[in-house]
Design a protein around this ligand. Sequence first.
Ligand SMILES: [Zn+2]
Ligand SMILES: [Zn+2]
Length: 106
Amino acid sequence: MARDFAKDFYNSKAWRDCAKAYKASKFGICERCKQPKGTIVHHKVYLNEENINDVTVTLNQENLELLCIDCHNAEHFKKYSSLPDGYTFDENGQAVPVYSSLHNAL
Ligand SMILES: [Zn+2]
Ligand SMILES: [Zn+2]
Protein backbone atom coordinates (compact mmCIF):
# COMPACT_ATOMS: atom_id res chain seq x y z
CA MET A 1 0.00 0.00 0.00
CA ALA A 2 1.29 3.40 -0.95
CA ARG A 3 0.02 4.94 2.25
CA ASP A 4 2.07 2.82 4.59
CA PHE A 5 4.57 5.63 5.13
CA ALA A 6 2.59 6.64 8.20
CA LYS A 7 2.30 3.22 9.77
CA ASP A 8 5.42 3.42 11.91
CA PHE A 9 4.42 6.89 13.00
CA TYR A 10 0.98 5.81 14.16
CA ASN A 11 2.49 2.93 16.02
CA SER A 12 5.04 5.11 17.77
CA LYS A 13 4.88 5.85 21.46
CA ALA A 14 5.40 9.54 20.74
CA TRP A 15 2.22 9.69 18.66
CA ARG A 16 0.17 7.56 21.01
CA ASP A 17 1.15 9.72 23.97
CA CYS A 18 0.49 12.88 22.01
CA ALA A 19 -2.91 11.72 20.77
CA LYS A 20 -3.95 10.45 24.18
CA ALA A 21 -3.04 13.75 25.81
CA TYR A 22 -4.84 15.68 23.10
CA LYS A 23 -7.97 13.58 23.40
CA ALA A 24 -7.96 14.04 27.17
CA SER A 25 -7.55 17.80 26.77
CA LYS A 26 -10.77 17.85 24.71
CA PHE A 27 -12.62 15.58 27.15
CA GLY A 28 -13.47 13.22 24.31
CA ILE A 29 -15.76 15.79 22.68
CA CYS A 30 -15.80 15.83 18.88
CA GLU A 31 -14.67 19.31 17.88
CA ARG A 32 -17.15 19.51 15.00
CA CYS A 33 -20.44 18.03 16.14
CA LYS A 34 -19.73 18.57 19.87
CA GLN A 35 -20.91 15.11 20.78
CA PRO A 36 -18.97 13.04 23.29
CA LYS A 37 -17.93 10.60 20.59
CA GLY A 38 -14.47 11.91 19.74
CA THR A 39 -12.23 8.95 19.05
CA ILE A 40 -9.99 10.04 16.21
CA VAL A 41 -7.16 12.52 16.47
CA HIS A 42 -7.03 14.02 13.01
CA HIS A 43 -4.21 16.05 11.45
CA LYS A 44 -5.49 19.29 9.94
CA VAL A 45 -2.47 19.33 7.67
CA TYR A 46 -2.66 15.83 6.27
CA LEU A 47 0.41 13.72 6.72
CA ASN A 48 2.40 12.79 3.66
CA GLU A 49 5.78 11.35 2.78
CA GLU A 50 7.36 14.78 3.12
CA ASN A 51 6.09 15.89 6.50
CA ILE A 52 5.86 12.53 8.25
CA ASN A 53 9.18 13.11 10.02
CA ASP A 54 8.46 16.73 10.87
CA VAL A 55 7.30 16.88 14.48
CA THR A 56 6.06 20.44 14.04
CA VAL A 57 3.40 18.86 11.83
CA THR A 58 2.94 15.36 13.22
CA LEU A 59 3.05 16.09 16.96
CA ASN A 60 1.93 19.70 16.98
CA GLN A 61 -1.26 20.06 19.00
CA GLU A 62 -2.13 23.09 16.89
CA ASN A 63 -2.38 20.72 13.95
CA LEU A 64 -4.66 18.25 15.69
CA GLU A 65 -8.42 17.99 15.86
CA LEU A 66 -10.45 15.47 17.84
CA LEU A 67 -13.22 14.02 15.69
CA CYS A 68 -15.83 11.30 15.88
CA ILE A 69 -15.88 8.62 13.21
CA ASP A 70 -18.64 10.33 11.22
CA CYS A 71 -16.97 13.72 11.18
CA HIS A 72 -13.62 12.15 10.35
CA ASN A 73 -15.04 10.23 7.44
CA ALA A 74 -16.74 13.39 6.23
CA GLU A 75 -13.48 15.32 6.43
CA HIS A 76 -11.45 12.85 4.42
CA PHE A 77 -14.06 11.53 2.07
CA LYS A 78 -16.46 14.34 1.31
CA LYS A 79 -16.63 13.12 -2.25
CA TYR A 80 -17.23 9.47 -1.53
CA SER A 81 -20.21 8.69 0.57
CA SER A 82 -20.62 4.98 0.98
CA LEU A 83 -18.68 2.56 3.11
CA PRO A 84 -19.82 -0.87 4.19
CA ASP A 85 -21.41 -0.95 7.64
CA GLY A 86 -18.86 -1.33 10.37
CA TYR A 87 -16.07 0.17 8.33
CA THR A 88 -14.32 3.48 8.68
CA PHE A 89 -11.37 5.19 7.11
CA ASP A 90 -8.18 5.25 9.08
CA GLU A 91 -5.86 8.21 9.02
CA ASN A 92 -4.06 6.66 6.06
CA GLY A 93 -7.23 6.72 4.01
CA GLN A 94 -7.77 2.99 4.05
CA ALA A 95 -11.13 1.40 4.77
CA VAL A 96 -10.76 -0.71 7.88
CA PRO A 97 -13.18 -2.39 10.29
CA VAL A 98 -14.17 0.15 12.95
CA TYR A 99 -12.75 -1.87 15.80
CA SER A 100 -9.32 -2.18 14.23
CA SER A 101 -8.90 1.44 13.24
CA LEU A 102 -5.52 2.64 14.49
CA HIS A 103 -7.07 5.68 16.08
CA ASN A 104 -9.67 3.74 17.94
CA ALA A 105 -7.01 1.74 19.71
CA LEU A 106 -6.25 4.81 21.80
ZN1 LIG B 1 -18.35 14.63 15.17
ZN1 LIG C 1 -7.85 12.53 9.57
